[in-house]
Design a protein. Sequence first.
Length: 521
Amino acid sequence: MLKSILKNIAWFFYYLFIACLLWTNSFGYLDPDYGWHLKFGEIISQTRSMPHDQIFMWSLNNKSWVDHEWLSNLITYGLNLFGGYIMVSLFFVIIPLLTIFIINRYVFKTYLNAKREKIFFAILQLFGIFGCLPHFGVRMQELAFLLFSLELITLDKFRNSHKIKYLLWLIPLIYFWACLHGSYLIGIAIIIGMLLYELGLIIFPKTKNLANETSLDIKKYFLAAAILLVAILTSCLTPYGKELYDFLKDYGSNRYYLSHIEEWRSPYSLPLRYDQIAFSVLIFTLFLGSYFFAKQKIKPWKLASFIALLVLASRSVRHFPLFLVSSLILIIPTSIRGNLDAINIPYKRYLKALTIICLILIGSSLLIQSKTNKTPFRSYCDYYPCQAVDFIKNNKKYSKLKLFNDYGWGGYIIGTDYGIRPFIDGRLPQYPYKNHSLLEEYSDFFKKDLVAKKLKEHDVEIILFKSKEPPYEPDFFEKYFLGKKYEERKNPLLEFLKDSNNWSLVYNDDIAFIYVRKDKK
């Protein structure tokens, strides 16, 4: 017993370190969408029904709404009701930590036996986790991190054994995923890819030799296909049914948000995401090395899934956690299995002790630095307009006016529960609006020749926005290798308001300003 504990003590502190890292990161910022997630969870809890009408954004009065994260919102509200923001944060620390533990348990049991392989795997994993931190914290997409991992493990078990029983787990998994987060569409795409791959092996039997694969017999294939199709169809049994697909298709039909919302942009757009780029290059290099030089080849279905996630992660930083999952389950184990024999670093007791000490010291330092708080809507006033929103609340004549707000503040405004309705929040950037998207309509307010027209067109009565736009400051690489220069950012909306005789400044601090139309003052 004691020997077993001592053997695994380094891994215990490894997971404890990751927990400390996730905990500190969770309180490092407040997700701009947390407010509306909480409010919709409250609405679902109190009404016992799914919201179908646009409730908060006055710009979309009488428009329909599908909450594609309704179960996540309900869970978040329940946790907040039970234990406040600390309980919510703890839950969203446990989710990625549990995911990492499940992945490691599966990979170590199935692929990696040598100690050096496990250590190398953990180092790569930790590297990837740092790249995921901006997408962790109190974020609903964390649930996709867990569910995508379970799906890939299930499919990998099936491919290795051809046992149909494993596929049965995908039926409840896809259903709950569709209730929790819209990224279930990626899970469905992977399933469809698996079906096509298995069909290809049957139709073109010679490919089995090239890929060193075994295929299902026809009877077993149709049984597997039936199970996987049932798993896909369960997504239509969610409370929104087909409406969910009708709503999510707008993300594909209009892609303006991909280049204009920071968390949806490519890691290769400025400012560069060096951590994600470096990890992607490292894993791709590792894959190439193993593909051409290792004795054990990566199976084509793993390769196809990996490439698909690599492309998604290259297009949007938001998909990086899913790319990490695909790397950890599909690529890294096969790439390093049996290929580290040349590395002969004796992992003696003193080295293990040093590793544990370092993990303890760094983890403790992270905990000391963490800014644990119970009141998220009052604890991040360096980033959100706390005092400005209080000003509107305390001046009742302003709280019912048509507000134009900063995109990133919409969710916060909803979460304060002051009854102030924003023009836009983070839910619906892709929502069809006047032959383009709502985000494009919002962006028109910042075009010098359209400011006055848009304010009049929407009958905007009060404006809450950032006091100043932070300048673009290129880092060393961007400055000396890409030739980028320091750039002041001007806000045409603010410049218009300053010069206008129809608007009055009624509030201003270091974070936000409020202008009110004079006839409403």
